[in-house]
Write a protein that binds this ligand. Structure first.
Ligand code: SF4
Length: 414
């Protein structure tokens, strides 16, 4: 039987966001060539506000890894990282990015004509709030580039975020200022930091509102759209121009709601929550697979990782410490379970899909009974997909299709 043709609806703002991302990489490339601006590499939920307030351009190598993933290049690059000692079991963002560097390759060259290499670096700044892999990743580059490495060591498995937790992270952030002043060649200005924190807060508020529109029935936004729309919230938070982008996106999503128009051309029979990393090399395939069955994946934990409710310009260091500690990925199992149950209710979900990403245990929350606990308390059916964020050798498309079809049948029976 011929496969059903599935229509995906592109948001107009997606083009503006793509342009913003292109400008972001071109600006980094120009700074790498001219050496007129200092560049700081930063982890995706690292202290970008401090770096931006001190005049650094910030480069987030996880976005480069995600580009490797979407271009399905990871399997070409990972063996080169394995050969220098990085196990095939560790984060495939790390192994594909380091492997690409070892081979002298980058997908930026194809995506953005004129760019030949990844950005240079004057400093590497990580936060272990998401995982330890980022520390190893940045350490490797720090040695290669001969540029200093600074980091925040974050508590893990945090239940309640206490003043003691916040104080310990805030002091680590403050301790970065002196070495960063030396690298930046300029004095730290607390008012500039307040300004950047406020812009970051506004970005977070707008991004949260955009994601929340998916609570409408039908949802105007899918998880798969959000994984690319979130680019500016990752790399551009703390910058004025991002606010206009998300205001326009929110307006466009609100218009869809007013018209009663869903995110895809298909009828929304079931609303699905995605827990875990996207499978970057299968975004479009998964979007079509689910939508074609009338099961629209409307929300996720992952895309909410760039919502920082605690940011407050009145207390920049403390509020950044709190914001980066309150993240889902840092928290205890009890907190995570409560969070997911709240999201399932808020987005009126009929089912939940957990992506068990082989090389990212940090973003795979289906390994210690969470699936069964949530299912027994909510009666919302769950499906676990085995795969990976970047290494497509770890995913079986046939198996995924069969499992998703069986899952939708189960939803129909319910
Ligand atoms: S959170 Fe997962 S995907 Fe992200 S850097 Fe860490 S191990 Fe890699």
């Amino acid at each position: 039987m011929a496969e059903k043709e599935v229509r995906l609806r592109r948001l107009k703002t997606a083009s503006d966001i793509a342009r913003f991302m292109a400008d972001y990489y071109y600006e980094l490339d120009e700074a790498t060539k001219s050496r007129k601006r200092k560049i700081a590499w930063c982890t995706s939920v690292g202290p970008a506000e401090i770096l931006k307030s001190m005049g650094f351009l910030t480069y987030f190598p996880e976005t480069h890894s995600a580009l490797i993933g979407t271009r399905k290049l990871a399997a070409d690059f990972i063996p080169s990282a394995n050969a220098i000692g990085y196990s095939p079991e560790v984060c495939s963002y790390l192994t594909s990015d380091i492997g690409a560097y070892v081979l002298g390759e980058t997908p930026l060259a194809k995506a953005f004509p004129g760019i030949e290499r990844i950005p240079g670096a004057d400093v590497f700044v990580y936060n272990t709030n998401q995982c330890r892999d980022v520390q190893d990743w940045f350490s490797w580059y720090s040695e290669k580039f001969g540029a200093p490495l600074l980091g925040v060591e974050t508590h893990r498995n945090v239940g309640k975020v206490t003043p003691a937790h916040v104080a310990s992270i805030a002091s680590q952030l403050e301790n970065m200022i002196e070495p960063l002043e030396r690298i930046a060649g300029q004095k730290f200005d607390i008012d500039e930091l307040r300004n950047v924190v406020e812009l970051s807060r506004q970005c977070s508020v707008l991004w949260e509102k955009c994601l929340a529109t998916a609570a409408a029935v039908p949802a105007p936004l899918t998880f798969f759209d959000a994984t690319t729309l979130m680019g500016p919230a990752v790399v551009g938070r703390g910058q004025q121009e991002v606010l206009g982008l998300y205001e326009r996106l929110l307006e466009e999503l609100s218009e869809r709601i007013e018209r009663g128009e869903g995110a895809t051309g298909e009828r929304e029979r079931f609303r699905i929550y995605w827990e875990g990393m996207p499978v970057w090399g299968r975004l479009s395939m998964h979007a079509k697979l689910f939508s074609g069955l009338g099961a629209v994946v409307i929300a996720s934990t992952y895309c909410s990782s760039w919502i920082f409710n605690a940011l407050d310009p009145a207390a920049p260091f403390e509020s950044m410490a709190k914001a980066y500690l309150e993240l889902f990925i840092v928290r205890s199992e009890e907190y995570k379970e409560r969070y997911i149950r709240e999201k399932l209710a808020f987005f009126k979900c009929d089912g939940i899909v957990y992506h068990d990403a082989k090389t990212c245990p940090n973003n795979s929350n289906c390994r210690y009974g969470m699936v069964q606990r949530i299912e027994s308390k909510t009666s919302i059916p769950a499906l676990v997909i085995n795969g990976d964020l970047n290494d497509m050798r770890l995913i079986s498309d046939e198996q995924t299709r069969t499992n998703v079809e069986a899952f939708v049948e189960q939803l129909e029976e319910q």
